[in-house]
Design a protein around this ligand. Structure first.
Ligand SMILES: Cc1cc2nc3c(=O)[nH]c(=O)nc-3n(C[C@H](O)[C@H](O)[C@H](O)COP(=O)(O)OP(=O)(O)OC[C@H]3O[C@@H](n4cnc5c(N)ncnc54)[C@H](O)[C@@H]3O)c2cc1C
Length: 381
């Protein structure tokens, strides 16, 4: 095979430009690092895990103080990025967690709010119906509304980090796939379908492709997810002010609903709908009728005004770790390589703090953030 053309030398290559890679590229570039970020698809794209219009940011979701620390830092960083733009990334909508009072979802949200002193309102089903009439909850359900929570524009956030990274000097290439990487005596060699680069260090933020890229031996597993947007003939019930994003614990699992941000309609997803591991390079991205019906059943029962005609359907992937917490660490065999993977259906909202911690680890070998609970060593040798 002919030797690949050498295309340049950089301080750091970032492999994968989704939520995490775009944030890492930004934080590295603002420190004066010469950054090259490589993305196999478009920037942003709808083939990984960072698309679908919106993402919820809510610290009440997390029981671990380390998540609370990351969440607080991420919110400050999103606001900072927002302040420098004329087009909003973050909308403070609050977040609603509803279900039977004894359900894990409601009980843990309430406990997290109490433990971490997060402002919230504890509501009966009637109070939820009265305040947010888009939600039609059965008597006996309870709700916890967290005030300091909100919605992020998903693709816009990736784009904002990329734009800011480029403004700080980063080079970002879409449609260039990394085909291999290996350590060298004084750095890392990164091969792509366009050539070969040398770098002092590598940051891997490959999402659903992380396991293969890092040879993690099946530790983080991609699963297929579906999001649906259903029409409504009563849009006044489902705007951002009247309809906070919410998660609902039903007898059939936890579903989520959000007001429209980019796409029209009420967005509905199911948390861990199907245990459906996929090969990210080879799975059928076409939404299934069965997946659509499952989401529609939920919408009919709990958001009847928002269960109109299907407007759009989109597949996405969760990349799931064994304990459903992510991994952020230095590669066990190569200390010039740091990575973050396995966000297990959450984590988008944490991206700026994750990107900053990756930049800390890559440039300084350590970080002030408490990332110890996210180390690879928790899974044993
Ligand atoms: C339906 C759904 C709803 C969600 N809701 C929420 C929510 O409300 N709140 C929240 O916080 N989180 C949520 N999440 C989770 C969150 O969106 C993900 O954890 C997060 O987006 C993962 O980002 P990432 O950068 O790790 O992965 P990705 O966005 O997939 O980015 C990885 C990138 O690496 C690229 N790549 C991989 N291999 C290569 C290679 N060899 N060469 C070049 N490029 C490569 C991929 O193409 C991809 O673009 C949700 C996820 C889904 C799917």
């Amino acid at each position: 095979m002919p030797a690949q053309r050498h295309r340049g030398t950089h301080d750091v290559v970032v492999l994968g430009v989704g939520a995490m890679g775009s944030a890492a590229a930004y934080h590295l570039a603002t420190r004066g690092e010469d950054v090259l970020a490589l993305e196999q698809f478009d920037v942003p794209n709808a083939k990984g895990s960072s698309h679908g219009g919106s993402r919820v940011l809510s610290s009440a979701y997390y029981a671990d103080p380390a998540y609370q620390d990351l969440c607080g830092r991420a919110l400050a960083l999103w606001r900072d990025l927002d302040d420098r733009r004329d087009c909003r990334l973050y909308h403070p909508t609050g977040w609603l967690s509803v279900g039977p009072p004894e359900s894990d979802l409601v009980a843990s949200t309430r406990a997290n709010c109490e433990r971490f002193d997060l402002a919230c309102d504890v509501l009966s089903a009637a109070e939820v119906r009265d305040r947010y009439p888009g939600y039609d909850l059965p008597d006996g359900f309870a709700g916890v509304y967290q005030h300091e929570a909100g919605l992020l524009h998903a693709e816009r956030c990736v784009g904002a980090h990329v734009t800011a990274a480029c403004a700080a000097g980063a080079e970002v290439h879409g449609r260039e796939r990394v085909t291999d990487w290996h350590p060298t005596d004084d750095g890392v060699s990164v091969e792509t379908d366009a050539g070969r680069y040398r770098a002092d260090r590598l940051v891997v933020t490959a999402g659903a492709w992380a396991d293969g890229t890092l040879e993690l031996d099946g530790l983080v597993v991609p699963e297929r997810q579906l999001a649906a947007w259903f029409g409504t003939d009563d849009p006044a019930l489902f705007g951002r002010a009247e309809f906070p994003p919410g998660s609902v614990a039903t007898g059939d699992g936890v579903y989520s609903a959000s007001p429209s941000l980019e796409r029209p309609g009420v967005k509905v997803t199911r948390f861990f709908s199907v245990d459906d591991p996929v090969d990210p390079d080879a799975f059928d991205r076409e939404p299934t009728a069965e997946g659509e019906s499952e989401l529609r059943r939920f919408a009919r029962e709990y958001l009847p005004g928002g269960a109109g005609p299907t407007l759009s359907l989109q597949t996405c992937m969760f990349t799931v770790s064994p304990d459903e917490d992510f991994v952020l660490d230095v590669h066990p065999d190569h200390d010039r390589v740091v990575f973050a993977a396995g966000f297990s259906g959450h984590g988008f909202s944490l991206a700026p703090a994750v990107g900053e911690a990756l930049a800390d680890l890559s440039t300084e070998g350590g970080t002030d953030r408490n990332v110890a609970p996210f180390g690879l060593d928790r899974f044993g040798p």
